[in-house]
Design a protein around this ligand. Structure first.
Ligand SMILES: [Zn+2]
Length: 266
């Protein structure tokens, strides 16, 4: 996709499908997680069915995948894990203290690891493997900071590369998008993100009100100068033209309706 194409499509309806692929790592912070395990296991049935529907109807989608899921077991994960980690004030949020024993590995009912599902998604036409951070990073929590976010994102990209993917899209966990983190994204070569629209120009980041825990809008971040490669690379494994480092220029925020996966007519 290039800017010209986007301008041509501006004003036309478009739907974006981005899915958080996280299993246990996106639910473990909830008190109800134990009663939700069956649903997490059920993802192993649901995902192939969803992919079949996407294939049948030619639907493009982005799967924002938690980095932990790329591994077969804990020891592999720890080799790639950052040494600089967020020191959450709420220690229950720390996923590193909740890693499964080494005997745990991906099986037909695993909720911790999912490399086979990632491969299945990637093999399906028009599906993009993106990142949902390495550790399901909580950007708004006390203890989150830019250096640990940078390290987390670096590990997320390393995990993906080990499986031969170059991730260039990011979904902030819980859509907790911080303005100061966007420069880190650009440096890391992230071309597009899903988060909450940055509404306050002079805020470091937007703090959600009690009534708006859900995003009211999905915005797009594009590293300037890299826009033209964003979608042309989005569905390919290790595209040579993608992986270039973003120049740490100011990010651009555009409204969600400008963002769409290419359809056959473009
Ligand atoms: Zn999540």
């Amino acid at each position: 996709m290039n800017t010209k194409n986007i301008e041509a499509r501006n004003g036309r309806a478009a739907m974006v499908i981005s899915l958080d692929f996280e299993l246990y790592w996106g639910m473990r912070h909830l008190p109800s997680v134990n009663s939700y395990v069956r649903n997490l296991i059920g993802a192993r049935i649901a995902i192939p069915a969803i992919l079949e529907l996407f294939r049948e109807y030619g639907i493009h989608a982005t799967w924002a995948t938690v980095g932990f899921l790329f591994f077969e077991r804990t020891s592999q994960l720890l080799k790639i894990a950052p040494t600089r980690r967020p020191l959450y004030k709420n220690t229950k949020l720390d996923p590193y203290s909740d890693l499964p024993p080494e005997s745990e590995h991906e099986t037909s009912d695993s909720i911790f690891f999912a490399p086979s599902l990632i491969r299945m998604i990637a093999k399906t036409t028009n599906q993009e493997i993106a990142t949902h951070s390495f550790s399901h990073y909580y950007s708004f929590e006390d203890g989150a900071d830019i250096e640990s976010f940078r390290a987390d994102l670096h590990s997320a990209q390393r995990a993906a590369r080990l499986s031969n993917f170059e991730v260039t899209s990011l979904v902030f966990p819980k859509n907790q998008e911080r303005r100061d983190f966007l420069e880190v994204c650009a440096e890391a070569g992230i071309l597009a993100k899903r988060g909450q629209l940055l509404r306050l120009a002079d805020s470091r980041y937007w703090t959600p009100s009690k009534n708006s825990s859900k995003p009211i809008f999905t915005a797009l971040f594009i590293a300037p100068g890299l826009f033209g490669t964003a979608s042309s690379c989005a569905h390919q494994k290790r595209p040579d033209s993608c992986g270039k480092k973003g120049t740490a220029l100011s990010p651009v925020v555009a409204s969600a309706q400008l963002w769409l996966r290419l359809s056959s007519e473009l």
